[in-house]
Ligand binder design. Structure first.
Ligand SMILES: [Zn+2]
Length: 284
């Protein structure tokens, strides 16, 4: 097993203790006489931090060791994968779930099937609802979004279970796509996919903190997405949210463009022709 951090500690004859995810050694700061070891070194990355004097750094840099960072990155990734593996595939289907085979409010049954929609009428909170499994970046189902089948059903949406941090949906982009179109609602996203725009993703409203959305978009960058088109609802809240989010995402190196919709229009209402022209525009 490759362990460059421990290798270096041993080569330098530093005495160490293991403390959770860290190695604990006496502080490396010459100005800090450290009788109790108070410097923590991350086992994987070699980053260190003294909790007494706040001396910070990385032991590879500190000792002038030029390492190939790849094994460290791979080790880190493997560690993450192990956590993911041990956490399984996510939620079980609610009881009484059955496949939804019809179209719904202009969204074809094919598109709904593609997003694994199902109908449930049995659990108390899920009476007469069309549900979608929402998966995180690892493919694990973390929550179901359940929309009342009746347009005046109250509440219109239920997150089941409640209180889960919502991923973007879908949480990753189709292969080799260079841009994504970010919309507010799940039915905005579904409508765009249904009409041929397969790189639309939704952020479940603009009430979630923008810095969360920023964070959730980063993996798209790693997948090769360079452009983000923000297409929020054509109302004051949507416009304001788009303006706030744009500079935040730009900090991560994305090219960001806002697509403004006419007042009172949201992407869930766009017809085939409108979606086609948007698709042509974002693929230019
Ligand atoms: Zn110190």
């Amino acid at each position: 097993m490759i362990d460059p951090v421990l290798d270096l500690i041993q080569k330098r004859n530093l005495s160490y203790n293991i403390s959770g995810r860290d190695y604990l050694i006496k502080c490396l700061n010459p100005e800090h006489p450290d009788s109790n070891p108070s410097l923590r070194i991350d086992k994987v990355t070699g980053s260190f931090h003294c909790f007494a004097c706040h001396f910070k750094g990385n032991i590879f840099k500190y000792f002038g060791v030029f390492t190939n960072q790849t094994p460290i990155k791979v080790a880190k990734l493997k560690e993450k994968m192990a956590v993911i593996k041990s956490s399984g595939t996510g939620l079980d289907l609610p009881k009484g779930a059955q496949p939804y085979t019809k179209s719904f409010r202009g969204i074809s049954s094919k598109t709904l099937r593609g997003f694994e929609a199902f109908y449930t009428n049995s659990e108390e909170k899920l009476v007469d609802r069309l549900c979608f499994p929402i998966k995180d970046i690892t493919g694990k189902t973390v929550v179901y979004v359940a929309r009342h089948v009746l347009s005046d059903g109250n509440p219109r949406y239920v997150n089941y279970p409640s209180g889960v941090v919502m991923p973007l949906f879908p949480a990753s982009a189709p292969r080799s796509v260079k841009s994504v179109v970010l919309v507010e609602g799940i039915f905005d996203m579904l409508n765009l996919h249904d009409k041929g725009l397969n790189n639309a993703i939704c952020c479940f409203g603009t009430n979630t903190l923008h810095k969360d959305t920023k964070q959730k978009l980063l993996p798209f960058r790693a997948q090769g997405v360079t452009h983000i088109f923000i297409m929020f609802d054509g109302d004051e809240a949507g416009k304001k949210a788009a303006e706030t989010l744009k500079p935040l995402i730009e900090e991560d190196g994305f090219v960001v463009e806002i697509i403004s919709l006419p007042d009172g229009t949201d992407p869930g209402e766009l017809g085939e022709e409108d979606v086609r022209s948007i698709a042509e525009y974002v693929r230019k």
